[in-house]
Design a protein around this ligand. Structure first.
Ligand code: KIV
Length: 272
């Protein structure tokens, strides 16, 4: 963790840019609530993404589509209250930026004002150019998101690897160059071939942050609940589980239940 003279140095867009320049990888994870964000921030994570994956992970929806702007702001506020060092990026939910750039700007301003986050993320390339331009003009940092874009799941029909064919790969590279030129401060590359992610990362100035995009992006992101093994039945090839918390929490809960039933909790030291 970068601590100078006892003061914690906050991660900013400039810090991320400098990390790319000196070849230091960026570590990003999702967070949706105060308690988890506090653990991840204290552990030294660079960026916390308040992802619209909250729709799946926190609310149990099948897709990211149902989550609302106000719900994203609620999650964003909870995360912002917890962090001292990490940069907090809030996902713009489906419907909050696609229809026109005025609506996009209004949504982004609402997120920044009400959540206290440091940046927004939105999905897509040339299709959302006007929205990105408008948000950036207002001084709001924007993180792009290309490749598998879960808000378009009903257009694509599956969550399989994107941009395997030349035409889609070329379009993705063009979109990445466009987002770079527009002034996005970073771009998430989700579930694309590793070689394409490498080419994109070498072709643009801003950092790329990969998920299922191989080792050559400038950073990596995972959904925290997947990385910690809290989600149970999600096992894509790109996921590495660093803990098995579904099992750990389940066993602790069974232990607690048994203690209560057996009159073992609370004991004499656990009462007044
Ligand atoms: O919503 C999310 O969690 C994301 C990451 C998978 C990048 O967009």
């Amino acid at each position: 963790m970068s601590v100078t003279g006892g003061e914690i140095k906050r991660v900013t867009t400039h810090v991320l840019h400098a990390m790319k320049e000196r070849g230091e990888k960026i570590a990003m994870l999702t967070a949706y609530d105060f308690s988890m964000a506090r653990i991840l921030d204290e552990a030294g994570i660079d960026v916390l993404l308040v992802g619209d994956s909250a729709s799946n992970v926190m609310a149990g929806h099948e897709t990211t589509l149902p989550i609302t702007l106000d719900q994203m702001i609620y999650h964003g506020q909870s995360v912002v209250r917890a962090v001292h060092r990490s940069m907090v990026v809030v996902d713009m939910p489906f419907g909050s930026y696609q229809s026109n750039s005025e609506i996009a700007l209004k949504s982004a301003i609402k997120i920044m004002k009400e959540s206290g986050a440091h940046a927004v993320k939105l999905e897509g390339g040339a299709e959302v150019e006007d929205s990105i331009r408008k948000i950036l003009q207002a001084g709001i940092p924007v993180m792009g998101h290309l490749g598998l874009t879960p808000q378009s799941i009903y257009k694509f029909g599956t969550y399989t690897v994107r941009a395997k064919e030349d035409a889609e790969a070329e379009k993705l590279l063009e979109d990445a160059r466009l987002l770079d030129q527009l002034g996005c401060f970073a771009i998430v590359l989700e579930k694309i071939p590793a070689q394409l992610a490498k080419t994109v990362s070498e072709s643009i100035d801003v950092p790329t942050i990969g998920i299922g995009a191989g080792p050559d992006t400038d950073g990596q992101v995972l959904v925290t609940h997947d990385m910690l093994g809290i989600t149970k039945d999600f096992n894509p090839r790109f996921l590495r589980r660093y803990a098995e918390l579904f099992q750990v929490i389940g066993e602790a809960t069974q232990h607690y239940i048994a203690d209560v039933k057996d009159h073992k909790f609370p004991d004499k030291t656990e009462q007044y």
